[in-house]
Design a protein. Structure first.
Length: 506
């Protein structure tokens, strides 16, 4: 199908993706992609009024559908086509459209890669939205194992993962899809590379200063913002450079403008360092590798709305703000300790109340000078009500006794239920503890089964499965979150001190 799209003379300086495509409608979209996007949107914005809209109106709100006010023309925008259509249909409008992810984790033999997928391989939709999630999972996969001898501490590793998400989104939303070569993402043992057609629309120096945003595809960017994956601050390049060089040193961040090919390339170099066998063995054996501060930092990073790009945790401020953020996590952690103490105080106040009640009963002894050896507290209480009817007194005594018995029974039941649950969780996770090497699918099934019993924190899962928290988070939990098999208990509060993983009920 031929599509005539007329561009103004200064087309390179205006947004590309707001063009309305005549003759391209809802039927040109991949409905699984739209369903997944709406699921992501509703999980981030559960009470948003757009959740109840019909599909066409929803697409109009997010910028995927367009209308021309002075005519009856309406249809998909170029952004909607890129985000939700399929490769064969997209290339009717954009013949040069191409997305590729490839990685090599060992010796490269000829043109063979360890893993590779493209928008043309026919095994998935081939659109921008699905490519982001597929590539993001692979970029993070085995991060701790692959770079265990690199310069990352657990907290630094979380920042490094942020540095992989930002360039991936930037490559997709800043790409000139009329240009040649397509978007190419590469993962190597010593390098991550993000390449896209089209040059920066502002000088590099200005981009690295931050706070300036000039988007080639603003509607695409808006769609990622709406599901919590990025924030329009104009500081992502500055943040990525600052964080990566903080751990890798000068030269670990390369930004290349290939003017002849009109391509932009970002390279993040991974510098390895030696580590002794003793240190390696200690790291493998230590299930509780993270301090509480580091765990809170890592819980704050996620593929969806829990990204470092959200408003509360944006890296758009000066580089030193990262240290301030870490300190703020420490403050949160301290406040949690205070909260825990307040629980203890409340519990103690209950005990104090209970003790004061006993004192009230025993006060009868001083009034009537009764012998403790012959009278129980309830007898004391009965004798203190000399003016009341004796049957009323006995009735009150029975009520007190029944409540005490009920409380004791409830405590026993709760303790029994807790012990039974602990035993069940221990049995479910037994295979993982016995075998250090399990296939990913088996381990994922075990994790889903555990989370179906009760919400479990990262440390609890690490203890049950005999794995390190960072290994679990990077190799399994992140993928299960992407697959929507589990979710965060507090999705809108990623740094919640009681954050846990819970199963998604179908």
């Amino acid at each position: 199908m031929n599509v005539n799209i007329h561009h103004p003379p200064d087309y390179s300086s205006v947004p590309q993706d707001n063009v309305i495509l005549e003759y391209y409608g809802i039927n040109e979209l991949n409905f699984d992609s739209i369903k997944k996007y709406r699921g992501e949107f509703s999980s981030i914005n559960p009470n948003h009024p757009w959740n109840g809209l019909e599909i066409k109106e929803f697409l109009y709100k997010i910028g995927a559908w367009g209308k021309v006010r002075n005519t009856n023309q309406e249809g998909l925008t170029l952004a909607g086509l890129l985000m939700f259509s399929e490769e064969r249909i997209i290339t009717e409008v954009l013949p040069q459209f191409f997305l590729e992810y490839r990685e090599i984790l060992g010796e490269k033999i000829a043109d063979n890669w360890s893993k590779r997928f493209t928008s043309q391989d026919g095994t998935w939709s081939g659109n921008v939205f699905d490519f982001y999630f597929k590539a993001h999972v692979e970029l993070k996969a085995n991060f701790n194992n692959l770079y265990q001898n690199a310069y990352f501490t657990p907290a630094e590793e979380t920042s490094a993962l942020f540095c992989l998400q930002e360039p991936l989104i930037n490559a997709l939303v800043h790409a000139d899809y009329y240009g040649e070569g397509g978007v190419v993402i590469e993962k190597k043992p010593d390098l991550f590379q993000f390449s896209n057609p089209g040059l920066l629309r502002i000088p590099l120096e200005q981009a690295l200063e931050g706070n300036v945003s000039n988007l080639r595809n603003p509607n695409l960017f808006k769609m990622f913002i709406l599901i919590g994956l990025c924030k329009r601050t104009g500081s992502s390049l500055k943040s990525t450079k600052g964080l990566w060089e903080r751990y890798g040193g000068d030269g670990s961040f390369d930004f290349i403008k290939e003017s002849g090919l009109e391509r932009t390339i970002l390279r993040l170099h991974v510098k390895q360092k030696g580590i002794s066998e003793e240190e390696t063995r200690e790291k493998e054996n230590n299930l509780f590798l993270f301090s509480s501060e580091e765990e809170l930092i890592m819980l704050n990073f996620d593929d969806k709305g829990n990204s470092y790009n959200n408003e509360h945790n944006s890296f758009s401020s000066e580089l030193d703000s990262y240290n301030n953020m870490v300190n703020s996590f420490s403050s949160d952690n301290s406040s949690y300790s205070k909260e825990s103490d307040s629980y203890n105080n409340e519990h103690n106040s209950f005990n104090s109340g209970f003790n004061s009640y006993n004192k009230k009963l025993n006060s009868c002894n001083s009034e009537n000078e009764l012998d403790d050896s012959t009278m129980s507290p309830f007898d004391d209480m009965a004798n203190s009500y000399n003016s009341e009817d004796e049957s009323d007194v006995h009735e009150k005594v029975d009520i007190v006794a029944s409540h005490s018995t009920k409380d004791l029974l409830e405590e026993e039941i709760n303790e029994s239920s807790s012990e039974e649950m602990d035993k069940k969780l221990w049995e479910i996770s037994e295979l993982a503890r016995r075998k250090k090497r399990l296939s990913p699918s088996v381990m994922e099934d075990i994790i889903v089964n555990l989370c179906s019993q009760k919400p479990l924190m990262l440390r609890e899962l690490a203890h049950l499965l005999a794995r390190t928290p960072d290994g679990l988070r990077n190799n399994y939990l992140a993928k299960l979150l992407d697959k929507r098999k589990i979710r965060l208990k507090y999705p809108n509060q990623p740094n919640h001190p009681k954050q846990a993983y819970i199963i998604i009920k179908k």
